[in-house]
Write a protein that binds this ligand. Structure first.
Ligand SMILES: Cc1ncc(COP(=O)(O)O)c(C=O)c1O
Length: 364
């Protein structure tokens, strides 16, 4: 039985090896010594309140989850000032990107994105046999004017990651508002704010005002995987006009968000202290990298970041990745993003950051 003709062209996600397997292969005894700063996770871990909520929920796992996410939507709605009908939950924000593909992409349709933006937008376009229009970046930042100019009558989605992964760059709130004003009605702009809670407050755009104002061509995606430290649970959410949410609901499986994730998220949303500590850790860590990277080797080039990771030009990223791994540090080489001379490093705890910088100084 042959798959649909375009399916073999959909790139297969290559997962990294489990940390225990890396340790075994390299002959390390103590896996706790390995520093994995490859996936922009929260190195402080989940909120203790979320851990307690998950523990309490464990005995209920024989039950199906609440397929409507009633309490979580209610809480998000109160916290964010949008109505529950403007909210959609996903098994990670990745699932919401796939829902957007199901709902809006098809052969002949196009998705506009930046050349060096979060790769899942490419994968989902390929899944639905839609073409990607990849727009070159300007100084590693989304070129919003060029993205507007790239929209054609066939374009259905335009993706703006803010901050962008893997560059950590943002567009100003004013530039984003101006972009939204100029958007044609036939495209839906997807603002991917996976790292929103980690941004300095004064740089945050207010995208939700467009949803409150009833705009139909904007959707905002956020996640519990980054600042909230719950990547393993897979939980993201989208906010858009009720008509967009209603359309997306047609392609959603009844129980896409598990009960453990809903319980943890409800508790995590109450833990402002954990978010504040996470933000402080990231801000201090970024400051350290900004200060130290120019003193490593002949001075390492990097892209100033507004998220919990930093893109660093080391020369031959695959080699540097392999050498760092021998020193018990796992980073992400950027060859897949067309940046073979770069690696992406997640900001960790102060101890981790110091070890990563020391290993980098040895390798480069
Ligand atoms: C820009 C961006 N969007 C979405 C995601 C996916 O996050 P989730 O874990 O919610 O699927 C990531 C994860 O790396 C990301 O960097």
């Amino acid at each position: 039985m042959k798959p649909n003709a375009w399916i073999p062209n959909v790139p297969v996600y290559q997962p990294g090896k489990p940390i225990t397997e890396v340790a075994r292969e390299l002959g390390f005894d103590d896996i706790d010594e390995i520093i994995k700063v490859a996936s922009n996770e929260n190195e402080l871990g989940p909120s203790p309140k979320a851990i307690a909520a998950m523990t309490a929920e464990a005995g209920e796992m024989h039950r199906y989850p609440d397929g409507g996410g009633f309490y979580l939507k209610q809480k998000l709605s109160e916290k964010l000032g949008v109505k529950p009908e403007n909210l959609m939950l996903g098994n990670g924000s990745n699932e919401l990107i796939e829902f957007l593909g199901h709902t809006y992409l098809a052969p002949g349709a196009t998705l506009v994105m930046s050349e060096c933006a979060f790769v899942v937008y490419r994968l989902v376009s390929a899944l639905f046999n839609a073409a990607v229009i990849a727009v070159p970046m300007k100084d590693f930042t989304h070129d919003l004017d060029a993205m507007l100019a790239a929209i054609t009558p066939e374009t259905r989605l335009v993706a703006v990651c803010s901050p962008n992964n893997p560059t950590g760059t943002i567009n100003t709130p004013e530039a984003i508002d101006a972009f939204i004003e100029k958007l044609p009605d036939h495209v839906l702009a997807v603002f991917d704010e996976a790292y929103f809670e980690l941004m300095p407050d004064e740089l945050k755009p207010d995208l939700l005002k467009h949803i409150r104002a009833g705009r139909k061509n904007v959707i905002v995606l956020r996640t519990f995987s980054k600042a909230y430290g719950l990547a393993g649970l897979r939980l993201g959410y989208g906010m858009a006009h009720a008509e967009v949410i209603a359309a997306l609901n047609h392609v959603r499986q009844p129980f896409n968000v598990n009960a453990m994730a809903q319980a943890a998220a409800l508790a995590a949303l109450d833990d402002d202290e954990h978010i504040a500590k996470t933000r402080e850790t990231v801000f201090q860590g970024l400051e350290l990298f900004n200060e130290k990277l120019p003193n490593i080797g002949n001075g390492l080039e990097f892209v100033p970041s507004c998220a919990n990771f930093i893109l660093v030009k080391t020369g031959n990223g695959m080699d540097v990745f392999a050498e760092l791994q021998k020193r018990k540090v796992i980073v992400r080489p950027m060859t897949g993003y067309g940046l073979p001379d770069w690696i992406r490093i997640t900001i960790g705890t102060p101890e981790q950051n110091a070890k990563v910088l020391a290993a980098l100084a040895e390798v480069v």
